[in-house]
Design a protein around this ligand. Structure first.
Ligand code: GLU
Length: 294
């Protein structure tokens, strides 16, 4: 008997946050995803990562659609907007809580800064791969009744992953990397370097790390093409995928587009914004050339 089953097409996604206008770095990432989807006969999804209600704005979202269409891209409809799926992230958080891996931490940002400064007075305090100090507090060891009392009192809190406990459950974690200078080899994940990451806050039942792994799994994303700046975050994503029983995508972290001084572009740097470049007469083909895809 011959099998007529066709392999599923690969699924790609570009996942911008609508907290500013897209720049050349986004264009590069979006176009690489678009190109990979075309080369492989795959599907391309666009996901709007708008969980940060304080910074995301509808006009930036509208501008994303406009800028990507101007670049000549198309993507599947409907677009997933994370703010419309908070229940999915809450369900994942509940699963992690049921494993005993989540605890509320009540320190404000200012208190955390003070605690870090106090610890640094005794010597260097570890920082995560992005350069932020690891969580210095001791909320993880508060007794359950005290946590419950503080939460009931209305105090703000962040829900953090008990990283040591999570790592005890998962050994030898790796991922499959196809990006710069990698050819599909398995890279060792080091989630412990991130400490007790925030998974959610009192008002928002999710965080970047949690929603990205939930959505990539729910949307069947099979190859994640994104900037090298998220390479180390993949360690946390792989850990969450294993803990939540989610499938493992392949990763392709691409080089970053930098400014004249070699710095990573930011949404506030006007001169490399797609809108500014378009207004200055640069064409979509010109953008491709600027990012090395011409
Ligand atoms: N939303 C993230 C950003 O705009 C990208 C997330 C990802 O590709 O995993 O930087």
């Amino acid at each position: 008997m011959t099998s007529t089953m066709k392999a599923m097409p690969p699924v790609f996604r570009f996942a911008p946050s609508p907290n500013g206008h897209l720049h050349l770095g986004h264009a590069y990432s979006a176009l690489l995803n678009f190109q990979r989807a075309r080369e492989t006969g795959g599907r391309l999804l666009l996901r709007i990562e708008d969980i940060d209600a304080a910074r995301c704005r509808p006009e930036f979202e509208a501008a994303i659609y406009e800028d990507l269409a101007w670049l000549g891209m198309n993507w599947e409809i409907p677009v997933r907007r994370q703010s419309e799926h908070l229940a999915d992230y809450r369900a994942a958080l509940d699963k992690l809580s049921a494993l005993g891996l989540v605890y509320p931490a009540f320190e404000s940002r200012a208190e955390i800064a003070r605690l870090v400064a106090a610890r640094e007075a005794d010597g260097p305090w570890p920082r995560d791969p992005d350069g932020a100090p690891l969580y210095p507090g001791d909320s993880g060891s508060r007794p359950a009744d005290e946590r419950a009392r503080l939460m009931a009192s209305g105090m703000p809190y962040a829900l953090r992953l008990d990283m040591a406990a999570a790592c005890r459950r998962v050994a030898g974690l790796t991922w499959n990397e196809f990006g710069e200078r990698h050819d599909g080899e398995r890279v060792a994940a080091r989630p412990e370097l991130w400490g007790d990451v925030i998974l959610a806050r009192k008002e928002t039942p999710t965080s970047y790390h949690l929603s990205v792994v939930v959505d990539d799994a729910l949307q069947g994303v099979s190859e994640i093409v994104r900037g090298q700046d998220l390479f180390h975050a993949t360690s946390v994503h792989r850990l969450l995928q294993i803990l939540l029983g989610l499938p493992e995508p392949a990763y392709r972290h691409h080089r970053l587009i930098c400014d004249g001084e070699g710095r990573k572009l930011s949404k506030s740097s006007q001169s490399t914004g797609l809108r500014a470049l378009r207004a200055a007469g640069v064409t979509p083909e010109g953008i491709r050339q600027l990012v090395g895809l011409g």
